[in-house]
Design a protein around this ligand. Sequence first.
Ligand code: FAD
Length: 479
Amino acid sequence: MRVAIAGAGLAGLSCAKYLTDAGHTPIVLESRDVLGGLVAAWKDSDGDWYETGLHAFFGAYPNMLQLLKELGIEDRLQWKEHTLIFNQPDKPGTLSRFDVPDIPSPFNVIASILRNKDMLTWEQKIRFAVGLLPAVVRGQKYVEDMDKYSFLEWLKRQGVDERVTSDVFIAACKALTFINPDEVSATILLTALNRFLQERYGSKIAFLDGSPTERLCSPIVDYITERGGEVRLNAPLKEILLNTDGTVKGYLIRGLNGAEDEVITADVYVSAMSVDPLKVMLPKPWKLMEFFQKLEGLEGVPVINLHLWFDRKLTEIDHLLFSRSPLLSVYADMSNTCREYANPNRSMLELVLAPAKDWIAKSDEEIVAATLAELEKLFPNHFGGDNPATLLKSHVVKTPRSVYKATPGRQQYRPAQVTPIANFYLAGSYTMQRYLGSMEGAVLSGKLTAQAISEALPVANSSNLQTLTRPPATNAATA
Ligand SMILES: Cc1cc2nc3c(=O)[nH]c(=O)nc-3n(C[C@H](O)[C@H](O)[C@H](O)COP(=O)(O)OP(=O)(O)OC[C@H]3O[C@@H](n4cnc5c(N)ncnc54)[C@H](O)[C@@H]3O)c2cc1C
């Protein structure tokens, strides 16, 4: 079967990969001139990479890890020490660590919390542990039910005091969703905590060894094209053309640079665009259907990713850091964490600015200036005194609508991959799967879409169909 997929983010590429495994022929149509969507990256005129987002991979990403294995590129993940590292705003330049010992879960994570003396008192630790019990004992159903509360409301209901929120969870919420605990759905944090508590290496972090576009997306494209599929850049979907019965007749692709528009036809069609462009693209008759109307409840959240190159080394830390700054979320010195960006003499900090709604319209100069002011608190030794570090260059990448904004009540609006239109499916990290708006969620959603298509339209004699019949229990979206 020929399957046309709009969008070459991780969801679209994963969908195409698993469709080829099942004997189908995907054609992926990407509007931009770069692969990867929210993981896209570019090389500047000096040959330095800059990215849409600083991306951390977790041990609790079974579908991503499985995909890398299937592509034979799992060695491209550079695993870091099993620890979470936080800056301490009240002691500028110092760090607090949650070192996770190599013992079975959940004891490893519990031990890391108990052993941290900087960020939580004993009373807070015990209150939080008790508060978390229902999520651990009652499982995913309880976690889903908590979508009606913000994480802050949930913490209050569990009797966990305000300091815990300000100390640990503002950083965690900003890192996971680019918004604060008073805005984020409790389901998000509880889902992540549950994964970290249930999997021994769930909270272990890895970085890719180079740009996601080259090191992650390109091998998926090679895999697809070597097996007869196609991936086309600069091929924006302009309109979804319908048959009289409301099913899809074709994808109208906008011709660029004076070229004619082109109609692509297939047996099945997938949208792997993010939710915001999909909403704009919906054909009129579909807008009357409840399934598609629900998409109005979802919207991408703004976020900004910065890259700052300095004239010296600011730190030797080879890990993700939670800044605990009101302006910034997580950051890393990519000259330490990523093989292709390595530099023994100079730091390149990659930093996520979130929440970004008040910053997204500001100039790059304003954003860099505000970030440098924050760095004075994170690296006081390098920015005070007679010989402060000099910024050599910077890149700012703004994404006004990134992953769906995970406020309370959003779960009910996240659509299934299977739609009421017989030959039209959805993929994307915003669609319903257990890994939320993440790379893992995107990969899983694409896999689920491919699986649903293969179940609806099995290909006879497909040697690889087996890989799609059911993911192993640990990979199952609804397990
Ligand atoms: C700053 C930042 C940091 C992040 N950090 C992490 C992290 O540390 N860990 C993690 O797991 N996740 C992280 N994420 C989230 C992760 O990147 C996303 O969840 C995931 O990449 C989404 O993939 P997707 O394929 O669902 O959507 P997208 O990546 O948005 O892909 C959609 C694709 O559709 C294309 N498209 C849109 N309109 C059209 C059209 N008309 N025609 C054809 N194509 C179209 C787009 O160009 C895009 O390529 C981060 C995201 C950002 C922005």
